[in-house]
Design a protein around this ligand. Sequence first.
Ligand code: PHE
Length: 504
Amino acid sequence: MKLPETQLALLEATGATDRTPVEPLAEELGEDPAAITRAAFELEAAGLVDVEERAVEDVALTEEGERYREAGLPELRLRAAAAEAGADDSPAEMGRLVGQSGLEGPEVDIALSNLARKGYGEIDGGAIALGEDPRYDPEADPEAAALESVAAGEADAVATDVLDRLESRGLIERTETTARSVTLTDEGVTALMEGVEAAETVGAVTPELLTSGEWSEVEFTEYNVEADAETVNGGKTHILRQTANRVKDVLVGMGFREMEGPHADADFWINDCLFMPQDHPARTHWDRFALDVPPMAELPADLLERVEDAHRNGVGSEGDGYHSPWDADFARAVALRGHTTSLSMRYLSGQAAGDLEPPERYFSVEKVYRNDTLDPTHLLEFFQIEGWVMAEELSVRDLMGTFTEFYEQFGITDLEFKPHYNPYTEPSFELFGRHPETDELIEIGNSGIFREEVLSPLGVECDVMAWGLALERLLMLMYGFEDIRDVHGTLCDLDLLRNVEVVY
Ligand code: PHE
């Protein structure tokens, strides 16, 4: 029998009784483990060896885990400082203990929450008292011991719940790999006894083989298309981007044109044009990402004047203003846009694309930024599907019909509308859709018909209906994921991003 060299070497190194793991074999033979694995599968296909596969978990300390292994877990350091300060008699002031234990930044919160969890201490009114009934002896803290075991490569000896805890604390990383080992089959033993020779096989054509003409004599290695190969994950367009493109196609198909404009804009375009009073809570520094840049000088003077007049005096004979302060400097201040309705204002005012005559339809699918509290449905940024229709006579029916038509394209047919309040639209509606997995109604957008107080200063004399929809929420309804962080940011679900298909 003739076998390619690597296969022959592997066959000869494989035992008939003991399973030999591939990794040390590769080392012994001075070959790449991948090449030995490939050879093992080829020998298996020829019936000469058995390949056994086993999933193994590799556990390693993260950088933070390593740091705590050296310096001690934050809660233990805090506990030690408390013990030293005599906190078993009377509670010790927290700031002092933190200083003494040398804890810094996020370590302080980590120390406090784990101190409480393990019963090492009780925190009350800025003071720490040693816990009466700690869950563990601080000298024998199982998590601290586990860090040592993991570092010593003895994670097997650590209880699973402790490993789970360390993993959720981000102190260890577990990775699954496949370990393979080989044994000779009876056929393999027989073949070796009968004698196997090395076949000169060639894995790839080289320029030398071609010029020397040798290529016509040599034997080429056969491809094994069934061999287990490493999965290669190529680059791919993110599903948010894919869905954004699909949304754009749908809206273009419905006769809309795309708006463009700045992410950082004057408050004038983001809020004042929308008849948002300058003392509206959404305009305070809590919600808004103010930028430390010079105010926007170039605002159209006549528009600025008309907007100020609407705020101060209202619009029309019945109109009434806000009776609240209005300051042009405030309007010029620059912030990250909290909605893309700033673009709608730029277009409706004629600033962006010149004067517009009804009927007109415009949209954008762009990022907006809000200083929200992070949770499964809120991030500091998201994509907003902004849109508006300008026409002589528009009613709520037109708005509902447009949404029904739009969402149908994505398979969403059970929209619900709820009356709402916006300072800039009347009437206003929030849109809801049902989550396919949790069956909860989730808010997917906000809409309405612009008020006279918005349109009149812009110089628009007909009706305009408008909306802002969340692209991420549309995706949730389409794909059923429950946490926006699955598709955005560093915690995203890579499997989802790799495997989900956006269907046109
Ligand atoms: N700007 C609103 C929001 O971000 C959406 C909206 C746009 C509502 C236009 C009505 C009209 O929620």
